[in-house]
Design a protein around this ligand. Structure first.
Ligand code: UDP
Length: 494
């Protein structure tokens, strides 16, 4: 049963666009979807965000704060029936669903459709558009039942989406035997080489998921348009290329994390109910460091370094000599020896290196002048957040779009140095344990953080991109214009 996330103040919204966001329950999808909803609301739209309770709690503070500031946005909870879905109780966000239950999870999500529809019929104003994460093909039925258009939401860049689409539509891997055999991405002016393992496609890497992957492809092809968390000036040819290839309108609306700029409270709370470190403490720590001297290390909300890797990464960071903030996700899951190592490292580097065991206020940290570089798993949000903060990156992809996001950072934008991982480290069939050695980590960090012409040039390009990102979101900017266009185009017809 649905429980409205607070008041019905959307009732006086005759004529306004009303976007219903159905994000995927995973931080990398949820956070940018919520930010996009809030941005649309700042431009006069009404937004409803549908989420399971365990997911809603992570963005409740942000949405409540937006509501208090007068935005017409509501966060509505729709519980999943775990028993019916054959799921462990309470597992309803990608970061707490065991891998062996992922299939049941995706099979269970369409159960949300009927309750969402009933809620929308019972609570005015009637929606004018469904904005669905691309992982929810079942929202085609929801939108059709409501008789409204449906847009696909991507927290991914156009470069990746076009490369992936071209690899599939031009059958680049036909006749290619090995998953690690390089092919050139077809249909692009510039030459990019990828392997099948690096461009597995959405849910294509397991035989059992093929039907679902086809369903997703159909839903993407039938969408009435696309919303993307990127900005046009960063990748104009790929935005245009994807729109042309899909024959649909693409609204680039990013970087959406900028919603939180000048909103310190929501910035600190972005994406999780409780960060593992107090934002004030974090800022005080950073205040004591030289500008541009600190390297921030995080693998996002899903990826996690194995025990051996954590040790090598820690030693590499220490040897680099640069102050660091290292976000160690699920630190308590490591075996005793690794936990001991982390404790000893922490004591050795006290005042110089900070370990965050859990969720960090990432955008707040990246926005601080003391931070000079970011070791990232190349999740698209993190990559774009680095761009927005004007930071060069050390790239360390783990799975799916992250390999092409690495190419985007290193080869297209010229702001990255790779640690050289070329095979998936998670989800897809992982045949051997790949560990990046401490020496490689140290060299990559030194390269990004150090002096010298190349490093300077990388920093200069990163700063120039950040200026473009800011301009895109300001009045007259491309993303700003696209947000306004969405609000206008999907207005209610009275
Ligand atoms: N994030 C954060 N604190 C953390 C880990 C992640 O704020 O400790 C945020 C990060 O800023 C980004 C999102 O979570 O907005 C992660 O998305 P991304 O696409 O980078 O990676 P994913 O988690 O999907 O692999």
């Amino acid at each position: 049963q649905a429980a409205p996330g607070g008041g019905g103040d959307a009732d006086d919204a005759g004529g306004r666009a009303h976007f219903v966001f159905v994000p995927l329950m995973a931080q990398g999808h949820l956070i940018p979807a919520v930010d996009t909803a809030l941005l649309l609301a700042t431009h006069g739209a009404v937004c409803t965000i549908a989420a399971t309770p365990a997911t809603a709690v992570r963005v409740r503070a942000t949405v409540d704060s937006a509501r208090r500031s007068g935005l017409q946005v509501r966060l509505v909870e729709f519980p999943l029936d775990y028993a019916a879905a054959g799921m462990p109780d309470g597992a309803d966000n990608a970061d707490n669903v065991p891998v062996e239950h992922m299939w049941s999870y995706f099979r269970a999500l369409p159960l949300l459709s009927a309750p969402i529809e009933s809620y929308l019929r019972a609570h005015a104003p009637f929606p004018t558009c469904v904005v669905s994460d691309f992982c929810h093909p079942w929202t085609t039925v929801l939108a059709a039942n409501l008789g409204v258009p449906r847009l696909s939401f991507f927290s991914m860049c156009a470069f990746y989406l076009l490369c992936q689409h071209n690899v599939e539509r031009f059958k680049a891997f036909e006749g290619v035997a090995g998953d690690d055999e390089p092919v050139v991405v077809p249909g692009l002016e510039k030459r990019f080489v990828v392997t099948r393992a690096q461009t597995p496609g959405f849910f294509r890497w397991l035989a059992a998921w093929q039907e679902f992957a086809d369903y997703i492809e159909r839903a993407m092809a039938e969408a009435d348009g696309v919303i993307m968390n990127t900005f046009e000036e960063m990748e104009p040819e790929y935005v245009a290329g994807y729109a042309a290839a899909r024959k649909m309108k693409v609204w680039t609306v990013g970087p959406v994390s900028t919603y939180h700029h000048k909103r310190d409270a929501t910035l600190a709370a972005r994406g999780y109910a409780a960060a593992a470190i107090d934002a004030g403490e974090c800022l005080r720590w950073l205040d004591g460091k030289e500008p541009g001297s600190v390297v921030y290390v995080s693998f996002g909300s899903v990826a996690r370094a194995g025990g051996k890797q954590a040790v090598e990464l820690g030693l590499g960071l220490e040897a680099s000599g640069h102050p660091f903030i290292w976000v160690v996700r699920n630190a308590d899951e490591y075996e005793e020896l690794v936990r001991e190592f982390l404790g000893e490292l922490e004591a050795r580097v006290a005042g110089h290196g900070l370990l965050v065991r859990g969720w960090a206020p990432q955008v707040l940290i990246l926005s601080h002048a003391a931070v000079g570089g970011f070791v990232t798993h190349c999740g698209w949000n993190s990559t774009l957040e680095a761009v927005t903060a004007g930071l060069p990156v050390v790239t360390w992809p783990h799975f799916t779009d992250q390999f092409l996001n690495e190419k985007m950072a290193v080869d297209v934008l010229g702001i990255g140095v790779s640690v050289g991982v070329t095979e998936p480290l998670m989800y897809q069939t992982v045949e051997k344990e790949i560990v990046v050695g401490r020496g490689v980590v140290e060299a990559a960090v030194r390269s990004v953080m150090g002096a010298g012409d190349e490093a300077e040039e990388r920093r200069r390009r990163a700063r120039a991109l950040a200026a473009k990102a800011r301009a895109a979101m300001q009045e007259g900017g491309s993303s700003h214009g696209n947000l306004l266009d969405l609000v206008k185009r999907f207005k209610a017809v009275s």
